[in-house]
Design a protein around this ligand. Structure first.
Ligand code: PLP
Length: 242
């Protein structure tokens, strides 16, 4: 075997081990919450990691992948175009990146303002794209810290109505990030309440994307259907984190 084959083999075992540990933790958390682990989907957040890791994770059966930057999303999906993957977008989405992101992402988890709904709808129609699932990103911060994304919890239902009414967009549910240093349980319970408010009106909006590497067990106990895992799966990112 060549050095690079050996390296890929080592990396694959590492990812396989991480994935097994995550599946075990998910199963336990689901069980203690009286839920089925099948109802929880792991989304691999591959930001900062190479496309080679996407390929290895795909080999290991992972199908849901997320990026938070348009450029990185485009680059990785291009290299991995031969694989059957569902790409999610989880970063703050600027208007000038809507064209790129809508062309690739099956699920945009970070829909946080009415203008973005309008821009996405226009783009999907103009380019004849398939339906794009959208999640309303809800701010779970106590005071809305500058730079943290998400619509205020009391505005989320309105934004959800707009998504549901937009041709070419499908309202999938909600997404949230627990506040740094805050109480994740309280944050995820807020998200759950917002989700219920929205799904009362829109039956198909069942997704609750909550929980990252540090708090996914808490998120599962609070009803998360999707957990977004970066470092628990791929290792600590070097340098810039979010
Ligand atoms: C980076 C990121 C994640 C994954 O974070 P980890 O703590 O590494 O699991 C999840 N969600 C969003 C929105 C992110 O930007």
């Amino acid at each position: 075997m060549s050095d690079s084959q050996l390296q890929a083999g080592t990396r694959k075992s590492e990812l396989e081990r991480n994935l097994a540990q995550i599946n075990e933790a998910v199963a336990q958390a689901a069980k203690s919450a009286g839920r089925r682990s099948d109802d929880i989907t792991v989304v691999a957040v591959t930001k900062t990691w190479p496309a080679a890791d996407v390929r290895l994770l795909s080999d290991l059966g992972v199908t849901e992948f997320a990026e938070n930057k348009a450029q990185e999303l485009m680059a990785k999906q291009e290299v991995c175009a031969d694989l059957a993957l569902n790409w999610h977008f989880v970063g703050q989405l600027q208007r000038n990146k809507v064209k790129q992101v809508a062309s690739v992402a099956r699920c945009i988890e970070s829909v946080d303002r009415p203008e973005l709904v309008v821009a996405l709808q226009e783009r999907v129609q103009r380019d004849g794209l398939g339906p794009v699932t959208c999640l309303v990103q809800v701010s779970l911060d106590h005071d809305r810290v500058a730079g943290r994304a998400g619509v205020a919890a009391d505005q989320a239902a309105r934004l959800a109505d707009q998504v549901a009414a937009a041709d070419g967009l499908e309202l999938g549910g909600v997404m949230g990030v627990a506040p740094r240093g805050g109480d994740a349980r309280i944050a995820f319970e807020t998200l759950k309440r917002v989700s219920e408010e929205i799904s009362d009106q829109h039956r198909s909006a069942t997704i609750i994307s909550a929980g990252m590497s540090g708090d996914f067990v808490t998120a599962i106990k609070a009803g998360a259907t999707h957990i977004r895992l970066g470092s628990a799966l791929l290792g600590e990112r070097v340098g810039f984190v979010r």
